[in-house]
Design a protein around this ligand. Structure first.
Ligand SMILES: *Cc1c(COP(=O)(O)O)cnc(C)c1O
Length: 443
């Protein structure tokens, strides 16, 4: 590759933002299992429409074009917001290659340079747009470390909607920076458990300093949403709609790979709920979405990297389970450790879910996607190496993917091969310096 081509690839400016999302459910040979209600019957658009916006309910139920169309047009208003930070960069990790003494090539797709520093605005913007188009006045959600809350708050602001966020009390107090981001976007942020719901009040009565959890936050968000007319719930990770919106990443990636004349052998990404990963690999996971130049003799390996502390794909079971810890939302078919599974307090908060998104789960179950687990220590060490060699501080979540890249490279070297590896940098670590500092014991 010439220096010029490489430069162009690095800026990402030479490609345009894709105007369609890739609808994987309509592109794969397996039937995508629809959500069930508490009684185990298939949900309806009406029942889901009482929880989510109407359009999100339609997507989740694969209604109309979502059942048949391989691609879905991105609304113009959403494209206008994407244009503020997309296309995102795709670049080669030369410093990292050199540090690892690797003769193959490593590339990465960057989702760290956007309004709130992770891939989550890609779906938050679309969700806020649907809500406004429907005439809703606001969205309600829960957040742990705050990436999702910050993205939704910013997106709601762009659409003139109110945003209410129940933030795990522990993070509300100990990780204030993303809370400030939410508040800068005009969101109301409640430490959960809070005084404004009956569930929250009951928990606070037992323990004034209750630390909260994602499940409790979700329960409070549901209760509050039901008391506020014109509002619905917005979810970042566990839904099909969020995964579909993230396919903007993979479609840009395909254009950038073509332009740089790079054919990947392995694609790697971290998984919490699974949305950034699915979005990143979607064109490679589908049957016919790839341009001819990338349709090699064999498919690249697609590796979903989870936290070894929450081994959903590597140790869970594939069955219907509630998406939230209280059994309040809806049941989806997924790999799960059970909704009562209590994950350790790991630093990569975005990876702490008891299940994985249904579309990711299906593709793992059918063998199209591989799963691997990385422990937190490996992730932080990899994050430090990447920072030292590339000058980019990755989110602790993304560092799980980087750690797995290092493992693959060790294997490549042992086997005397040099595969071309591409990974997804799902977010920035600059708001997670506290986690890095406590892991490395800095004072
Ligand atoms: C939320 C988050 C994740 C995990 O969510 P997915 O749905 O698996 O994409 C990963 N990385 C970052 C930076 C996040 O904020």
């Amino acid at each position: 590759m010439s220096a010029i081509t490489e430069l162009r690839t690095q800026t990402g400016d030479q490609i345009s933002v894709p105007e369609q999302w890739l609808n994987l459910a309509a592109q794969i040979p397996w039937a995508f299992p629809l959500p069930h209600n508490a009684e185990g019957d298939t949900e309806t658009r009406e029942s889901l429409g009482r929880i989510y916006s109407e359009e999100c309910a339609r997507i989740e139920m694969l209604e109309g074009e979502y059942r048949t169309e391989p691609f879905i047009s991105v609304p113009t208003d959403v494209l206008d917001e994407y244009a503020k930070y997309r296309p995102s960069r795709f670049q080669r990790a030369r410093g990292f290659e050199k540090h690892l003494d690797y003769t193959g090539q490593i590339y990465f797709k960057r989702e760290d340079g956007n309004p709130t520093g992770s891939h989550k605005p890609n779906t938050a913007i679309a969700q806020a747009f649907y809500a406004r188009a429907q005439g809703l006045t606001g969205l309600v959600t829960d957040t742990g470390a705050g990436q999702w809350g910050a993205a939704l708050a910013w997106a709601c602001h762009t659409q003139g909607l109110e945003c209410s966020v129940f933030m795990t009390r522990n993070s509300f107090n100990s990780k204030p920076y993303r809370r400030y981001l939410m508040q800068m976007s005009g969101a109301r942020v409640f430490a959960s458990p809070s005084e404004i719901t009956s569930q929250g009040r009951a928990l606070l009565k037992e323990d004034q300093n209750h630390r909260g959890s994602l499940g409790i936050g979700m329960g409070e968000a549901m209760e509050y949403m039901r008391t506020q007319s014109g509002t619905r719930l917005a979810l970042g990770c566990m839904s099909y709609y969020a995964a579909m919106h993230q396919t903007i990443i993979g479609q840009e990636l395909v254009a950038q790979l073509e332009m740089a004349e790079v054919v990947p052998d392995i694609l790697i990404g971290c998984v919490g709920g699974g949305t950034n990963f699915i979005g990143f690999v979607a064109p490679f996971a589908s049957d016919n979405a790839l341009p001819a130049s990338l349709r090699g003799s064999k498919r690249p390996r697609l590796v979903a990297v989870e936290s070894a502390n929450i081994p959903v794909l590597t140790k869970g079971v594939y069955e219907y389970e509630f998406a939230d810890a209280f059994g309040l939302t809806t049941q989806v078919k997924m790999y799960t450790l059970g909704r009562n599974f209590l994950p350790d307090e790991i630093h990569a908060g975005g990876l702490r879910y008891h299940g994985k998104s249904p579309i990711l789960s299906l593709l793992v179950h059918e063998g199209r996607i591989e799963a691997a687990a990385i422990d937190q220590n490996e992730a932080f060490l990899a994050g430090k190496i990447f920072f030292e060699s590339e000058g980019i501080l990755a989110a602790p979540e993304s560092s799980h993917a980087i750690a797995y890249v290092i493992k693959e490279i060790d294997r490549e070297k042992r086997e005397g091969t040099a595969a071309t590896i591409v990974f997804c940098l799902s977010g920035t670590g600059y708001l997670d310096l506290q986690s890095y500092s406590s892991f490395f014991g800095m004072r």
